[in-house]
Ligand binder design. Structure first.
Ligand SMILES: Cc1ncc(COP(=O)(O)O)c(C=O)c1O
Length: 521
């Protein structure tokens, strides 16, 4: 395990950056390499033709060490999607065959396959979310004879579940399916070996776990595809590229190995040296050590988060560096903003909080996250706000019901965008059901706008009304009820509508109170 390496980075003490899966911070030596690289073009006469090749080869060789391949197998690309597009261009597929992807896979490794399936008459098959969290078993079960291409990650994007690529690679070879990998969320943080997995194509964008600048990436191409067709045709991929004077002696021949798949302007004098420097530092630390270090932080975090009500996949089924925390009630989309105000940085992806530490983090950062989550839950712990337009019937009845069921266990209020006063019929039908709401008050939501609530629940008729939005809600729910005050007819008919809506609200509130632990235990 590595001691904290924060001194390599410019991360202020009060920042808990636990979001490497979003974007890694650049290290000091990477910035230095990048600044020097950018400055080289102040003297273009020093950027001699050989420099178009030396920097690229250094990048290729360093990347090759990270994936346990030879430099010949590495192409230089700008993004994961570029590499995936290269794979789609080269892999044969027929009508009726299948392309396998995972549920909630990152779009750059989904859309290209969807398009290929459309164009070729193949079918896109999505491996469903496994109930036991075992993505490897789910993929192995899905590798039927029809599968021609399995396009997969090493780490599933929204659960952090890992795939055993050695077993999957073997199974693909057995049925003759090509294996295409997006390693963007794993390479550099999870040991990986081309020799062991034997993919056909593998891509990784550099700006996350490879700790490099944006718009650089690598593509591994297996030798059997080295005769393939690149995405673009440019001069530097060709065999005669080193002789600048003779470039117009056009040639059919490409440069060796995977170099033909390099993007145009791949020599990228400004960014490649920084990307290479970052990868060298990862190799110095050791990928296994990085994985272990991030894994230890996440293990502690998972245990602490569990006590605050968050669950995560079983340790043996998830990537050590990539922890996805879930909560029964879901994760509020605005939680990252609330945490960011306290300088704690994580992401929400799918229905998880994604916590992705690196060697610059320490237990202090994990503690900050946990105490912020705890604090947030405590501040807003039992506060529930029911909202509708008039705050006269539905939100008032919901307030009454929750107070009835939860008692002291909830702090309940209600408000509206155009408060119309407490409706006397709502009071009387609630009284019939044994709940006295006559002491409740109809009020404008502006009175509560500066408060934080655990739940804000809108109870308007979504089909007919514009539901208000409330900024301070950790969870915003919507239940649609007809407005009884708007019902027409004789007194008895109107009363019947009030009673029906009262009962519908009662059922919803009771279920909610039970689910969220507001009932006496
Ligand atoms: C799994 C995965 N692949 C790829 C990318 C980036 O794709 P691209 O380089 O095509 O922008 C991301 C970005 O979040 C990602 O999470």
């Amino acid at each position: 395990m590595l001691p904290c390496q924060r001194h390599f980075f410019d991360i202020p003490e009060d920042v808990a950056y636990l979001n490497c899966a979003y974007m890694s911070p650049l290290m000091h030596p990477v910035i230095e390499a990048g600044n020097a690289a950018l400055a080289r073009k102040t003297h273009p006469w020093e950027l001699t033709p050989d420099k178009f090749f030396t920097g690229s080869e250094e990048f290729r060789e360093t990347a090759a060490r990270l994936i346990d391949a030879s430099a010949d197998g590495v192409a230089i690309i700008p993004s994961a999607s570029y590499g995936i597009a290269t794979a789609t261009r080269n892999l044969p597929i027929r009508t009726g065959q299948h392309i396998l992807v995972l549920d909630e896979q990152f779009p750059s490794n989904y859309y290209p396959w969807q398009r290929l399936a459309e164009e070729s008459g193949a079918a896109l098959k999505i491996v469903g979310w496994p109930e036991d969290g075992d993505w490897t078993a789910a993929v192995l079960d899905s590798l039927t004879a029809e599968v021609a291409i399995a396009a997969l990650p090493n780490v599933q994007w929204t659960s952090g579940g890992t795939l055993d690529l050695v077993r999957i690679g073997k199974a693909c070879r057995k049925i003759g399916a090509a294996l295409v990998l997006d390693l963007t969320q794993s390479l550099g943080a999870l040991p990986f070996s081309v020799r062991e997995v034997q993919p056909d194509f593998a891509v990784a964008a550099n700006y996350k776990w490879l700790m490099g600048p944006y718009t650089t990436g690598l593509l591994y191409v297996a030798p059997k595809w080295h005769g393939g067709r690149p995405l673009e045709e440019n001069w530097i991929q060709r065999a005669n590229a080193r002789d600048f004077a003779s470039l117009i002696l056009y040639t059919e021949k490409y440069d060796e190995g995977a170099r033909r798949f390099d993007m145009g302007e791949r020599s990228n004098f400004a960014l490649l040296p920084a990307a290479t420097r970052a990868m060298k530092q990862l190799l110095n630390w050791g990928v296994a050590e990085i994985s272990e270090t991030a894994g230890a932080l996440n293990r502690q975090l998972a245990a602490a988060a569990e006590e605050v009500g968050f669950s995560s996949p079983r340790e043996e089924l998830r990537a050590p560096h990539y922890l996805c925390l879930r909560r029964k009630a879901g994760i509020p989309a605005r939680l990252p903003d609330i945490l960011a105000r306290q300088k704690v940085f994580v992401s929400v992806r799918g229905s998880s909080i994604r916590v992705t530490p690196h060697v610059y983090n320490s237990a202090a950062d994990s503690d900050r996250l946990i105490s912020c989550l705890l604090g947030q839950m405590a501040v807003t712990k039992r506060k529930v706000l029911f909202l509708c337009t008039g705050n006269s019937c539905r939100s008032q009845m919901a307030e009454g019901w929750l107070r009835h069921y939860a008692g002291e266990r909830a702090e309940v209020s209600s408000a509206g965008t155009k408060p119309a006063g407490l409706n006397p019929t709502a009071v009387s039908v609630m009284r019939e059901a044994g709940v006295d709401i006559s002491g409740q008050r109809s009020k404008h939501l502006d009175e509560l706008i500066n408060q934080d609530f655990l739940f804000v629940i809108t109870v308007c008729d979504a089909a007919r009304e514009a539901c208000p939005v409330f900024p301070g809600a950790l969870y915003q729910l919507h239940w649609s009820f007809e407005d009884p005050a708007a019902s027409a007819g004789m007194e008895e008919e109107r009363l019947a509508v009030f009673r029906r809506v009262r009962d519908e609200i009662q059922v919803q509130v009771q279920q909610f109170a039970e689910r969220e632990g507001f009932l006496p235990r």
